[in-house]
Design a protein around this ligand. Sequence first.
Ligand code: SAH
Length: 251
Amino acid sequence: MGSLWITGIGPGGPAYMTPQAVEAITRADTLCGYTVYIELVRKALGDRLRKNLTILTTPMRQELERCRLAMEAAAAGSDVAMVCGGDAGIYGMAGPLLAMADDYPDVQIEIIPGLTAAVAGAAVLGAPLMNDFCVISLSDLMTPWQVIEKRLRAAAAGDFCICIYNPMSSRRREHLAKACRILMEEQSPDTPCGWVRNIGRPGQESRLLTLGMLAMEEVDMFTTVFIGNSRTRFRGPYMVTGRGYEDKAQD
Ligand code: SAH
């Protein structure tokens, strides 16, 4: 029986990959994952990868087949690294893989954490997630839109900072604007916000803007969006959420 290393590779280049992830990927004799991530790993680790490496990949949207392929290979004796962007347990493959793990009791599974887009993107914009925050995906492929709306309203009511994944795609151009309008029922249109595109990859770009402006912004699926709370301020080139030190200083 082989091993299955469910590996988060971080948002982009090798600098964002943990040594633990690099070790799993360079020890594996089989790499499995979405083509884009396999290419990222190939570029990042090149000749450190095994020479006779087997690559198992399926097109986007065929995630379950990809998981099954990885499990079958490990059950047949291979050491498999399933690579996921960011962290594998955050909108990644760790969930579906573990859900089928009962069918493969002899496969040794290890989950290797990765730097998720929320953390890497926040560092580009300043310190937007200094206090309580939540992460909400605007993709309604697997979560009904009504549930997403409910979560947005709850986050606004709780004055959470919000990090938005999957903000928009060509099929769902309206989602970010709709989300902003819901948040503005509770929050000021002047609330500091920002987005980061292609975090840690060539062509990384970012912008700070208000919630009112964000409602009219065009972003894409390679972007992570940050929405401040009532304590978030623009400070020079950064957005910073107050944590309470400021009030203490005034005591
Ligand atoms: N498992 C991934 C998230 C997958 S969901 C992680 O932990 O980061 C896909 C969404 O993640 C994208 O739509 C985008 O909102 C965000 N994302 C992932 N990588 C990104 C990157 N390099 N730059 C900007 N956003 C990214």
